[in-house]
Design a protein around this ligand. Structure first.
Ligand code: FE
Ligand code: FE
Ligand code: ZN
Length: 290
């Protein structure tokens, strides 16, 4: 059974996200740990969390994939911005212990001209300071499109971050993984439409497939290597449309791939709930019978 879901709003609480997920055929979901622009997180309500846990157990949910706010830039050149990330990430991870054993995904950030090597050093430093050895959450670095000065457009950069954390704090290394965003890797120049196996082999060589823990499933408004990062609905972009990409078979190959099929798939396509419900049904069908 495919573990699939989409990004949901936390506005009505955790149990409400669980109910919404079930109503659209999802068996996982993503949510922002706080307002995507940062700011204060809402107080936790244990009853609300218990409600979600019950729904997840009853409906055999896979792991959830929480998302850090977009405003976190762990490799900013400004001390204040990095201090904001340290405080926010630490608090996000502490709060996630109330929903133990799930994933926390974040964007490695933009080095803003300091160079990728310095960016990698700063990101690793942040991780070493916000994580702790017996946390139950696995922290996922997201593969990025390589737009501007983004770090994480190349698999080797993600590997270097994980390696730097491992050198400084070996006890934290197994709490780190990667979330592969299909729009991002494609925009970064990895041709997952025509050479999915080759891309996964490149990932294995650089990072190691055991680190691959989740997939953001998105089509792309731009061509392979465009370094743009604009998501499209499944089947309408350069991955899955007949005219621009490889047709819907490109997504069938992704959700059926033995390396990927058991991971949680999160849709971040431009959709309302009905659109997500349709995409979830489509992808379940593709996973089952193609
Ligand atoms: Fe993301
Ligand atoms: Fe993503
Ligand atoms: Zn994106």
């Amino acid at each position: 059974m495919l573990t699939i879901g989409c990004h949901l709003s936390t506005a009505r609480g955790y149990a409400a996200m669980g109910r919404t997920a079930v109503s659209i055929g999802a068996s996982t979901f993503a949510f922002f740990t706080r307002n995507p622009r940062g700011g204060k997180a809402r107080a936790l309500d244990e009853r609300d969390l218990a409600g979600l846990k019950q729904i997840m157990a009853e409906h055999a949910f896979g792991k959830l994939v929480a998302h850090a706010p977009y405003t976190y830039n762990p490799c900013s050149d400004k001390e204040r911005a990095r201090a904001f990330v340290l405080e926010g990430m630490r608090e996000d991870l502490e709060r996630l212990e109330h929903l133990p054993g799930n994933y926390y995904n974040f964007h490695p950030g933009c080095h803003v001209g300091q160079g990728a090597a310095r960016g990698i050093e700063l990101i690793a430093d942040t991780l070493c300071r916000v994580m702790w050895p017996d946390q139950s959450t696995t922290v996922l670095l997201e593969t990025m499109a390589g737009k501007g000065t983004e770090v994480g457009g190349a698999f080797e950069e993600l590997a270097a971050i994980i390696c730097a954390v491992g050198e400084r704090a070996p006890e934290l290394a197994d709490k780190l993984g990667v979330c592969l965003d299909t729009c991002h890797v494609h925009d970064a120049g990895y041709d997952i439409v025509h050479d999915l196996d080759g891309v996964l082999e490149a990932f294995d060589r650089a990072v190691g497939l055991t680190r691959l823990r989740a997939v953001h499933l998105n089509d792309s408004k731009n061509s392979c290597g465009a370094r743009k990062d604009r998501h499209e609905v499944i089947g309408a972009g350069y991955l899955g449309s007949e005219e621009l990409g490889g047709g819907i078979e490109a997504f069938a190959r992704i959700v059926r791939h033995p390396v990927l099929r058991d991971l949680p798939f999160i849709l971040e396509t431009p959709n309302e709930l009905e659109g997500y419900a349709r995409e979830i049904a489509l992808l379940r069908e593709l996973a089952g019978c193609w």
